[in-house]
Design a protein around this ligand. Structure first.
Ligand code: 3HC
Length: 294
């Protein structure tokens, strides 16, 4: 696997303040990569507990890079010094770019976009949403031209892509600035219009859904399906192991967005996937999905 390495640099963005909203898996990963690429990061969540968990996992992530000689101890210490956690949204008012990585709940995100646009009229508001329309989020903010998508991939420190999603209202300058930030983070930005599933999830999640149909039909075991795709298509992990990594609830939500957005029955979610989500078998995060986790 290719791991992006981030070395602190004193270039144009070094003294930039970037906010991250939401300290879940994606928010932690984004904050870690930002801090190690030389920007000042403020990581916000509603309570101290998720922030403490995030800080612990960022510490471990950076330590792992040090133990592999990919990061020096002093660069790790600098990165940690650039990272601040906060449970006050107001603390983000001096951020030039705010990356929202809150749970995938439309009402929650719309409220956040309203609150964030009241905080600072200048900041670019970027959403890591994997399924919602950026055009709608832009419309609820008070500066739609400065709303954009920055869609990261799990695990964030390892994956090289950021999809930059352009809402109908997004300005060229906004796109340029988030592309520069992605590049500074060691990622490659691919620009894409606001369309259901964007590019990666529109291709990836129907494949996962089809793999769930294979399981439902008892055509093969999850192990066999994953083995087939690893060896037959050179995927680093099979579709069902990937579903467990991404979260079955997230996969289902993306299928529903594709089905609603295109109105095409080819995007119907697999009934087995729906049942597993209803049962709370969400993948790694719940300890059980297509596989079991200790
Ligand atoms: N955080 C940081 N580093 C990690 C990591 C994590 N969570 N997981 C793995 N790594 C690092 C390992 O430390 C290792 O680094 P090294 O090469 O320096 O030793 C490297 O990644 C490879 O890890 P492993 O050897 O443990 O395992 P693999 O080679 O099997 O790689 C994987 C693991 C990187 C997860 C690989 O299987 C993979 O790329 N899988 C596909 C992931 C993918 O497709 N993600 C996209 C999901 S879709 C999405 O996120 C969009 C959303 O909207 C749904």
């Amino acid at each position: 696997a290719i791991v992006s390495i981030h070395v602190s640099r004193s270039d144009r963005m070094s003294n930039m303040n970037v906010g991250v909203v939401g300290a879940g898996t994606m928010g932690q990963g984004i904050a870690q990569v930002l801090a190690s690429s030389g920007v000042n990061v403020k990581l916000y969540d509603v309570a101290d507990e998720p922030l403490e968990r995030a800080q612990g996992s960022i510490n471990r992530g950076l330590d792992r890079l040090v133990s592999k000689d990919r990061l020096s101890e002093s660069d790790r210490d600098d990165a940690l010094a650039r990272l601040e956690t906060t449970s006050k949204l107001d603390a983000l008012s001096d951020c030039e770019i705010i990356i929202e990585a809150a749970p995938e709940d439309p009402e929650l995100k719309e409220k956040l976009f309203r609150d964030l646009s009241a905080l600072s009229r200048e900041a670019i508001l970027a959403s890591n949403t994997s399924s919602l329309s950026l055009t709608r989020l832009a419309a609820v903010s008070e500066r739609p031209e400065r709303v954009v998508g920055m869609h990261f991939f799990n695990p964030v420190p390892v994956m090289g892509l950021v999809e930059v999603i352009r809402a109908e209202q997004t300005s060229d300058d906004t796109v340029k600035r988030v592309e520069q930030l992605a590049e500074q983070m060691g990622k490659t930005a691919v620009a894409i219009a606001d369309s259901p599933g964007f590019a990666v999830n529109r291709l990836l999640v129907p494949m996962i859904n089809e793999a769930a149909f294979l399981v439902q039909e008892n055509a093969a075991t999850p192990e066999a399906i994953d083995q087939a795709m690893k060896l037959g298509a050179n995927h680093p992990m099979g579709p069902l192991a990937l579903a467990d990594l991404v979260g079955l609830d997230v996969c289902l939500a993306i299928m529903e967005v594709l089905q609603d957005g295109f109105g095409d029955p080819k995007y119907r979610p697999c009934p087995l996937l729906k049942r597993m989500v209803a049962a709370g078998h969400l993948g790694r995060k719940s300890g059980r999905g297509f596989y079991e986790y200790k």
